[in-house]
Design a protein around this ligand. Structure first.
Ligand code: NDP
Ligand code: OXD
Length: 310
């Protein structure tokens, strides 16, 4: 039987890694190899050029290199009959939890103050300004990554709540659901962590109205997508003191432009979309396993609902 053709629409460093390790499929690299559109059986990408996928009449499935699939579904011409499989590996949840815990602790333990004191050779002792159990962390999104992160934060003793589309029953996490409970959720979140999928409904959700509903001096971590944040609203909320600081791992335009005011804002920590990076070896296996299932007439887990867009 002929091997299926997998078209990789990925940066060059990825295609080199993958091409050598795939025996079960023929690998085609977009932009490098010539191919007939009707011969493309599967596609792997993070953000394919809009309109590309609809040009493959025999496409059997698309695989996302990331957990978020907004890079596919922002294409208004995405062929909705084609199953879209997302990379929802535990490794992403582990790495994201590490990222969130690190920044929550830097904030909670006032580490930036101690860095400053060290530079000035000051021996500056103090107790935590707020007890851990009184520090309320609000997670926007309690999916695969959000729920794993919530458990790790709870183990450290923080007070946890989460807002999602559907009601959750995760022990120790106060669940808020839907738009009707959004403001109540915000009103008790000292540290707001965005781990939502990016959809039409969640785009721009980190905006002036949201910041105004948080407790005075709240702290914001966005590790989901740049499209969740209205950057100008964040800068205004930091200037007015409504927010005390922010950590941003994701941006509307990546890489972040050299001229962006976010880079050297004194109250913002910028990281280059590294909160949870898909590991090539694990991702290779996820795609091979998924293709094997499709070829046997079965469907893998983690097929995205194109209606809800996550
Ligand atoms: P999931 O699909 O498992 O979870 C998404 C969560 O968002 C769910 O809890 C869902 O609610 C909630 N949600 C979606 N739409 C709404 C809405 N309209 N109102 C309220 N809640 C909503 O995704 P993951 O946890 O796997 O990943 C989350 C995101 O993290 C990804 O989409 C990606 O953007 C980002 N990410 C970022 C990385 C980085 O390196 N910075 C790495 C990996 C992921 P419900 O549970 O009720 O359906
Ligand atoms: C993802 C990402 O969605 O890397 O997995 O951002």
């Amino acid at each position: 039987m002929a091997k299926p053709n997998l078209l990789m629409v990925v940066p060059a460093k990825w295609s080199a890694l993958w091409a050598s390790s795939l025996d079960a499929v023929n690998v085609l690299v977009h932009g490098r190899d010539s191919y007939a559109p009707e011969n493309v059986d599967y596609v792997l990408s993070f953000r394919p050029p809009p309109g590309l996928l609809k040009s493959f009449p025999n496409l059997k499935a698309a695989f996302s290199l990331g957990a978020g699939v907004d890079g596919f579904l922002c294409d208004p011409e995405y062929p909705r009959r084609v199953p879209l499989v997302r990379f929802a590996d535990k490794s992403l949840a582990v790495e994201m939890a590490q990222f969130v815990l690190m920044h929550v602790l830097i904030r909670h333990r006032c580490q930036r103050l101690f860095d400053e004191a060290q530079r000035k050779r000051q021996w500056r002792q103090m107790a935590l300004p707020r007890r851990t159990e009184d520090t309320r962390i609000g997670l926007l999104g309690l999916g695969e990554i959000g729920s794993f992160t919530a458990r790790r934060l709870m183990e450290l003793g923080f007070a946890l709540s989460a807002w999602s589309r559907s009601r959750k029953s995760l022990p120790g996490v106060r669940s808020f659901a839907g738009e009707a409970e959004f403001d109540a959720f915000l009103g008790q979140a000292d540290i707001l962590v965005c781990l939502l999928s990016l959809t039409r409904k969640t785009a721009g959700i980190l905006n002036a109205r949201t910041f105004a509903a948080l407790p005075q001096g709240a702290f914001v971590i966005n590790a989901a997508r740049g499209g969740h944040l209205i950057e100008a609203d964040l800068i205004a909320a930091l200037a007015s003191g409504r927010l005390s600081g922010a950590v941003l791992d994701v941006f509307e335009n990546e890489p972040l432009a050299k001229a962006s005011p976010l880079w050297n804002h004194p109250k913002i920590t910028v990281t280059p979309h590294i909160a949870a990076v898909s590991q090539p070896a694990i991702a290779v296996q996820y795609v091979l396993d998924g293709i094997a299932l499709f070829e046997r007439g079965q469907r893998p887990e983690n097929i995205v609902d194109v209606e809800t867009a996550y």
